[in-house]
Write a protein that binds this ligand. Structure first.
Ligand code: ACM
Length: 441
């Protein structure tokens, strides 16, 4: 009989094995970890004489007790300010899962790339992760510009992109799991609340790309219904840091609310220059969909105090799951670090990935099978119970309205009573994203 193979790979539905020759000591350790997991999977599957059996190409995705995933967040460039924390939240979840025994005994191996806040680099790195590294899924992106840049890679290869960021909706891809908020989840409560509390004149300021434009498109529809008006709508380049002409126009138009969809380090510049110009948040607050604890930490609490954000998660949220998340994040990355409404989905979506993969036999771990397995999947995230909507692969979330305070945290002023359904085509009521694809209604 051939030498006893050093590594066994159970096939859950058949009771067979794939044996892979591994030599490194490090891998021997992983092997022991893996065998613990295999025991948990079920002793009944660990029987018989060794076989070499490749059921299908899916084995390329999960072999040698490992599952490779891509982690594609910018560590440098204009959105590095926020994406670096998305990388950290993703890595934290992966480490926690691995420390607890992996997924059915298999370790998640992250392949980390830095796309440097550049959409073309995002696309190149996505190709590398999908084609070169054979990752079964990639967790990535903050801006919609970078998501749009990688989308063709995932659609062409039928791979899976897990996108944790709030975004503009109007997308119905079978190759993206969307765990951040869409406009109806951030604006439906927020805009009427702003009108009621501050008045009907809105100044729209955003970064110049698809996300702010589509988000403002939805905002204008809500404002119109409320009989409110837009006194100016303006876009600045990504990375913009000189807001004096914007602030002069704000002074001359005297809006009640400055509705901001500026992103990245521009958020810091806008807030600081607003404060330096002597504007007063009590009279003319900024209302943002993109200002989180992370940007507040970068600008300083005084620059943010008194401005409003709507999002499904704030670090101060009280729940046992959030306490654990915040504590683990600080323990791993530093006591001064903050969690926020994009790092939280970055974290929980890895757990949803785990729940989906757990349902699959190793040889069935492929991107399309993971997509099917995650449909309708639920978990209690730090923000509350979340669910992947099977029709459109977006997520049911818990929107909140909060005011920034000078200590760098937010105070939640209004919390949704129920989780809110994602409606990615809310601004386009003649279209609906269904499991079968985009439909005209
Ligand atoms: C964004 O670009 N989705 C913030």
């Amino acid at each position: 009989m051939a030498k006893q193979p050093p590594f066994r790979f159970p096939h859950l539905d058949g009771g067979f094995f794939v044996f892979v020759q591994r030599e490194e000591n490090e891998m021997a350790m992983k092997r022991r970890d893996f065998m613990k997991g295999a025991a948990a999977v079920g002793a009944a599957s660990v029987v018989g004489t060794p076989h070499l059996w490749f059921k299908n190409a899916g084995l390329a995705y999960a072999g040698q007790g490992e599952i490779k995933v891509g982690v594609l967040f910018s560590l440098t460039g204009t959105t590095g300010i926020i994406e670096e924390s998305l990388n950290k939240a993703t890595i934290l979840a992966i480490e926690e899962i691995n420390d607890a025994g992996g997924i059915n005994g298999m370790r998640i191996v992250p392949v980390v790339e830095d796309p440097a806040s550049d959409p073309a680099t995002f696309a190149a790195k996505a190709r590398k992760l999908v084609l070169g590294d054979k990752c079964v899924s990639v967790f990535g992106s903050y801006t919609s510009a970078s998501r749009k840049a990688v989308l063709p890679v995932f659609e062409k290869r039928n791979n899976l992109y897990w996108y944790p960021t709030l975004y503009e909706g109007r997308e119905c891809s079978k190759n993206v799991i969307y765990t951040g908020a869409v406009p109806n989840q951030q604006q439906d409560e927020f805009i009427p609340w702003l009108v009621k509390n501050f008045g009907k004149k809105f100044y729209l300021i955003g970064s110049n790309y698809i996300y702010p434009k589509e988000e403002n498109n939805y905002c204008k529809k809500l404002l119109e219904k409320l009989g409110a008006e837009v006194v100016n709508e303006e876009y600045v380049p990504l990375g913009h840091s000189e807001f004096s002409s914007v602030i002069n126009k704000i002074k001359s138009t005297q809006p009640n609310v400055i509705f901001s969809t500026v992103v990245g380090d521009s958020v810091v510049a806008l807030h600081r220059q607003y404060r330096a110009a002597g504007l007063d948040p009590e009279k003319m607050p900024m209302a943002s969909l993109t200002t989180s604890e992370n940007e507040v930490a970068a600008m300083g609490g005084d620059a943010a105090a008194g401005h409003f954000t709507s999002a499904p998660y704030f670090m101060v949220h009280k729940s046992p799951e959030n306490e654990r998340f915040v504590e683990a994040y600080k323990a791993r990355w530093g006591a001064d670090k903050v969690t926020h409404f994009v790092s939280e989905p970055s974290y929980f979506q890895v757990y949803l990935f785990k729940q989906a993969v757990e349902k699959l036999a190793p040889s069935d771990i492929t991107p399309p099978n993971i997509r099917e397995a995650v449909k309708g999947e639920e978990m209690t995230a730090p923000q509350g119970r979340v669910r992947i909507e099977r029709e459109n692969l977006h997520t049911w979330l818990w929107p909140k309205i909060a005011v920034a305070k000078s200590d760098g945290q937010f105070e939640v002023l209004q919390d949704s009573k129920e989780w809110v359904q994602p409606v990615p085509y809310a601004a386009y009521p003649d279209q609906v994203c269904r499991e079968s694809g985009l439909e005209k209604v």
